[in-house]
Design a protein around this ligand. Structure first.
Ligand code: NCW
Length: 466
């Protein structure tokens, strides 16, 4: 990597921004197993719903899959060195359940555990704190054959899996995230079927969401029991602040509906111990199969909330009819706004407002932004340079929003860029690049983008100021 200091192009405002963060603030980057690892059929790894989904014609852009991805499975040393050269204080990655338990439950594949063992040791040797996500969407296929998250048993299988991992890594890993974006697993996977396993049944989504939360609640004490006493266990939700386009009463009503669906579906049970009043009716669905004690399990106190945020929602009330909670009208496109390649509006104040809302309404004691970033069309000119000024601007403005949120009282402890490197963007295949490091897939060469240099410069300035 070229000299960070020369490449980072920090402005004096950036230096001031770095100084605005409190001592101990954690700066990191995030990835997920299926999106980067490759090595899909190696060392006893079983199959996951994403192997199956991507092998189904028409499901993923150009029929692409994660068989090779960024080949991280074979490039651990190079990639941890890269993280170190960027000056990351933390790295968030996920564990591929089918590498550990190829059948989803039962026999343990030690070679799978060995891989994450090496990763954790490599990070710690470089002074990088591991943040381990136990589920980032790669459910073992045998469990899906039994119904997947729609079935209650999957929650118990997940908690067993979490315990197996904690037993192996818990002597060194002290920061755990049970699930990544269960809203996506439930709604995109079982509701509208644009993600694995590709089921299109909104009631199944509601039921799957309940069992995901149950699995989370069951896993929390079992992770704590097998990791160091100071361990921190949390969950990561995808959240978006909801704004009203106008002041009409139907807009206010639809803002509440959109918030219930996009945010409170998971926030309320986990942090308040109950589903949002009227939520199932607002979806036109039956209640999920809640058993006695489930909500107490689901609301087991956590140590932090992880927030993934990319955009905001701008709602325009529907005058003709009361929409179902997942069919509220959003305003798009806004002529003056910028959109990323995902079609998501760039709205930095949305992250600030979201963090402040969580602080106010949910009294969370500790927050992390576990993902934030942007996909843009990046091009590599072959000589070590990738210019991505829009991503630099995205990061700069969102990080400035974090500083404001902290000043206004949000208990924010860290920030993870999505993503450390370009990767397999689920149904979008390799067409969307989120990395601060460019991957040239034919050669697997890693090229730090301008945004990577900028981020490294910010971290260096932060460290110098503290
Ligand atoms: S797709 C998605 N992502 C991206 C993915 O790469 C990562 O693994 C996820 O954690 C970037 O961050 C998350 N999130 C989905 C957000 C909601 C999409 C809403 C679609 C409505 C139809």
């Amino acid at each position: 990597m070229q000299d960070i200091h020369n490449m980072s192009q920090l402005t004096s405002a950036d230096l001031e921004l770095a100084r605005a963060f409190p001592e101990g603030f954690l700066w990191g980057a995030a990835t997920a197993s299926y999106q980067i690892e490759g090595g899909a059929f190696e060392d006893g790894r079983g199959s996951s719903i994403w192997d199956d989904f991507s092998a189904t014609p028409g499901k993923v852009f150009q029929g692409e899959n994660g068989n090779v991805a960024a080949d991280h499975y074979h490039r651990l040393a190079e990639d941890t060195e890269l993280m170190s050269s960027l000056g990351l204080g933390a790295y968030r990655f996920s564990i591929a359940w089918p590498r550990i338990l190829p059948e989803g439950r039962g026999a343990i594949n030690n070679a799978g555990l060995d891989f994450y063992d090496r990763l954790v040791d490599g990070l710690l040797a470089k002074g990088i704190t591991p943040y381990v996500t136990l589920y980032h969407w790669d459910l073992p296929s045998p469990l899906q054959q039994e119904g997947g998250w729609v079935k209650r048993e999957t929650a118990f299988a997940y908690a067993d899996f979490a315990e197996v991992v904690a037993k192996r890594l818990g002597d060194r890993v002290t920061n755990w995230i049970t699930l990544n974006e269960p809203w996506c697993s439930a709604y995109l996977g079982y509701g509208i079927g644009i993600h694995a396993p590709g089921v299109q049944d909104r009631q199944a989504a509601l039921d799957a969401g309940h069992h995901l939360m149950l699995g989370h609640g069951l896993a929390v004490p079992r992770i704590r029991a097998h990791s160091a006493p100071n361990s921190q266990v949390g969950i990561t939700l995808n959240l978006a602040h909801v704004y009203a386009n106008d002041e009409r009463p139907e807009t206010q009503r639809d803002v509440a509906l959109a918030d219930a669906f996009s945010n409170r579906w998971f926030l309320d049970p986990i942090l308040r111990g109950h589903y949002t009043e009227g939520f199932f009716e607002q979806l036109g669905l039956n209640a999920p199969p809640v058993q006695d004690g489930d909500l107490a399990t689901i609301s087991t106190p956590i140590d932090f909330l992880g927030v993934n945020n990319y955009t905001r929602l701008l709602v325009k009330g529907n005058t003709e009819r009361i929409p179902l909670a997942d069919q509220v009208s959003l305003v798009a496109p806004i002529p003056s706004a910028c959109y990323t390649e995902m079609g998501w509006e760039v709205y930095p104040n949305g992250l600030r407002d979201l963090l402040l809302r969580l602080t106010k309404d949910y009294a969370v004691s500790k927050l992390y932004v576990t993902e934030n970033g942007a996909a843009f069309k990046d091009a590599w000119n072959g000589n070590g340079h990738v210019s991505d000024p829009r991503r630099v601007d995205y990061l700069r403005t969102h990080i400035a929003g974090l500083a404001e949120a902290i000043q206004q009282g949000a208990p924010l402890r860290g920030y993870f860029v999505w993503s450390l490197m370009d990767n397999f963007e689920w149904a979008e295949g390799y067409s969307k690049r989120f990395g601060i490091v460019y991957i040239d897939y034919p050669t697997q060469k890693r090229v730090v983008k301008e945004s990577g240099y900028w981020y490294a410069g910010l971290l260096k300035a932060f460290n110098q100021a503290h």
